[in-house]
Design a protein around this ligand. Structure first.
Ligand code: ATP
Ligand code: MG
Ligand code: FE
Length: 346
């Protein structure tokens, strides 16, 4: 069957079409994305009302584009999937509203997807897809979690951040270094020219004994250092601080992932979410996992950050695994706050 997926939880409008044979990994036929990054950059962060309005402008043109790319027509779509949460309420409502309206017009059922389940399952679209069970390190702009994933819809939270997300730590540190928004990729680029051992930054909760994270203190430490540069702008010092910041975040993420693998005895790690695109993180995880005989799987680089493909995929996989059936009921709601381990076993 053909599943159309619509993502609009934050500042990316994503639409995709996947084809499912009822078993095996669904096939991605086409996907299209519009990022609002440039629009929000002037404000140093996402402006919710502007995000909603832009989703409205983009979602139908992107849908047409995807159908054309896949050489398909709307009438052949069997299920319309959308991101039900978590995310910005107004932004989510656009995707949900359009998805339900399209489905109602076509007389086809809908399925509301958990955004993090989309991130979590996105590596199944890569050239080297994982197998269940695995440990998932979910590192995005709003979340940092370690989960045990036993199958579609079977997610157990092992640990998570008690304050800022890893992506947020990248973004906020980047801002302090005078880099643009979103700062993660910019900080990573600057870090390439720096020495990561220059500044001794905190590794919060590294030895806490559990699998939780904390990144709020790191930002303060970066601020303290950055202030010392004022009046004496030195490019090397900024690069060194960027590298030291990245090293602190990456070390904690790597060591806690290894701890989760050791605790559960699992031999497979899946990394998902925007920070999963970070080269230093991939390098450290690859090295540590190779040593332990653990296989690591990542989404394709373009599917690390938000996209429609992961939403269509998650819907198709839920339907195929009979975890959830799509519904021909168009009174929709969105869930701006929605914990994954509660929500996904329907
Ligand atoms: P959530 O999924 O939790 O709702 P989100 O959808 O905003 O949050 P993603 O789109 O998955 O998050 O990822 C965006 C985050 O990833 C941003 O914080 C961004 O800075 C970070 N990021 C992207 N690329 C890199 C990189 N190469 N290095 C570090 N961070 C990165
Ligand atoms: Mg985004
Ligand atoms: Fe996301």
């Amino acid at each position: 069957s053909l599943v159309l997926g619509i993502e609009s939880s934050c500042d990316e409008t994503g639409v995709a079409l996947v084809k499912s044979a009822g078993q095996g990994v669904p096939q991605l036929l086409a996907h299209a994305l519009h990022t609002q990054m440039a629009m929000h950059a002037d404000y140093g962060g996402v402006v919710p009302e502007l995000a909603s309005r832009d989703h409205i402008r983009r979602v139908l043109p992107l849908t047409r584009q995807v159908l054309q790319q896949a050489d398909e027509v709307l009438e052949n779509v069997d299920v319309v999937a959308y991101t039900r949460g978590p995310g910005l309420a107004g932004a989510l409502l656009v995707g949900a509203g359009v998805a339900c309206a399209l489905a109602a017009a076509l007389g086809k059922p809908v399925l509301g997807v958990h955004h993090l389940e989309g991130h979590l399952l996105s590596p199944f679209l890569s050239a080297d897809p994982p197998e269940f069970p695995f440990i998932a390190l979910l590192v995005s702009g709003g979340h940092t979690q370690l989960m045990q994933v036993d199958g579609v819809g079977h997610y157990r939270l092992l640990g998570e951040t008690i304050d800022d997300a890893a992506g947020e730590a990248f973004d906020k540190s980047a801002k302090l270094l005078g880099l643009g928004y979103p700062g993660g990729p910019a900080l990573a680029r600057l870090a390439e020219f720096g020495d990561p051992t220059t500044y001794k930054l905190p590794r919060p909760l590294l030895h806490s004994g559990d699998l939780d994270f904390s990144f709020a203190g790191l930002k303060t430490a970066v601020l303290t250092q950055a202030k010392k540069f004022e009046g004496t702008p030195c490019d090397q010092a900024r690069a060194d601080l960027a590298a030291s910041t990245q090293a602190a975040i990456v070390e904690v993420l790597m060591k806690k992932s290894i701890k989760a693998l050791d605790q559960t005895g699992l031999k497979r790690l899946v990394v998902a979410g925007g920070v999963g695109a970070n080269a230093a993180l991939r390098e450290q995880l690859n090295a540590a996992c190779t040593k332990r005989g653990v296989r690591v799987h990542y989404p394709e680089l373009e599917l690390c950050t938000d996209n429609g493909a992961m939403i269509a995929l998650a819907a198709a996989m839920r339907i195929d695994a009979k975890v959830e059936a799509p519904q021909a009921r168009y009174a929709f709601d969105v869930k701006p706050r929605w914990p994954l381990d509660f929500a996904t076993i329907a």
